[in-house]
Unconditional design. Structure first.
Ligand code: IMP
Length: 202
């Protein structure tokens, strides 16, 4: 049976400031006091799964086990049609460098792979997001949302995070990086997953 999320402390199982901020905006109106895994000094588990669902559950379970509080996680990424869905669950890995994550490098890698396929290649892509809540007793609830769109080059806009500057959502001219954050929060993959979570748990 679905379990409702009661007001109180909720751990955000992420060290990614962009995601923590977006989840705070979405969840704080519901009387939830969000504390991030980074604030609690919780380790980041290795994401060993090959699906967004698996990795989301793994992160929330680790945070709930270690904190004794319910935890919410977000596993997300960008899936590019012409690249067979890559980078997908490996979206963050494409940004890894010895000096930390470099999003400009990650976006350039996607662009180079598309250019290698020749002119006229489809630039269709979607962002996917799985939000997962795990309670300390092991109960799990997961929800997936998507935002369809296409990739542009060069990157545009200073807002948002990650791949936002190269993604134009369907029906819009601006990238997520140029758009008013409130507009992004209304139409994003995270908003779509959150709408399902809200209907079920809040
Ligand atoms: P993970 O879920 O921690 O494996 O990381 C997924 C990566 O996908 C993030 O670090 C971002 O680079 C990218 N990503 C996920 N959601 C968004 C978004 O809303 N905008 C831009 N990039 C995103």
């Amino acid at each position: 049976m679905t379990r409702r999320l009661e007001a109180g402390r909720l751990v955000v199982a992420s060290h990614n400031e962009g995601k923590v901020h977006e989840l705070r905006v979405l969840l704080e109106p519901y009387g939830l006091e969000l504390v991030s895994a980074k604030e609690l000094d919780l380790p980041e588990p290795e994401e060993t799964g090959t699906t967004f669902f698996f990795n989301a559950e793994l992160k929330a379970r680790s945070a709930a086990d270690l904190s004794g509080l319910p935890a919410i996680s977000d596993d997300s990424g960008i899936c590019v049609e012409a690249l067979g869905g890559e980078p997908g669950v490996y979206t963050a890995n494409w940004a890894e460098t010895d000096g930390g994550r470099d999003w400009m490098l990650a976006m350039s890698r996607v662009q180079e792979r598309l250019e290698a396929l020749g002119p006229g290649v489809s630039r269709a892509a979607y962002f996917a997001c799985v939000l997962c809540v795990v309670w300390p007793d092991g109960h799990v609830e997961s929800f997936e949302g998507r935002a369809e769109g296409s990739l542009v080059w060069p990157p545009r806009g200073e807002r948002g995070f990650g791949y936002d500057p190269v993604f134009v959502p369907q029906g819009y001219d601006q990238t997520f990086g140029e758009m008013d954050p409130e507009e992004k929060h209304r139409i994003s993959h995270r908003a779509a997953a959150f709408a399902k979570l809200k209907a079920a748990l809040l």
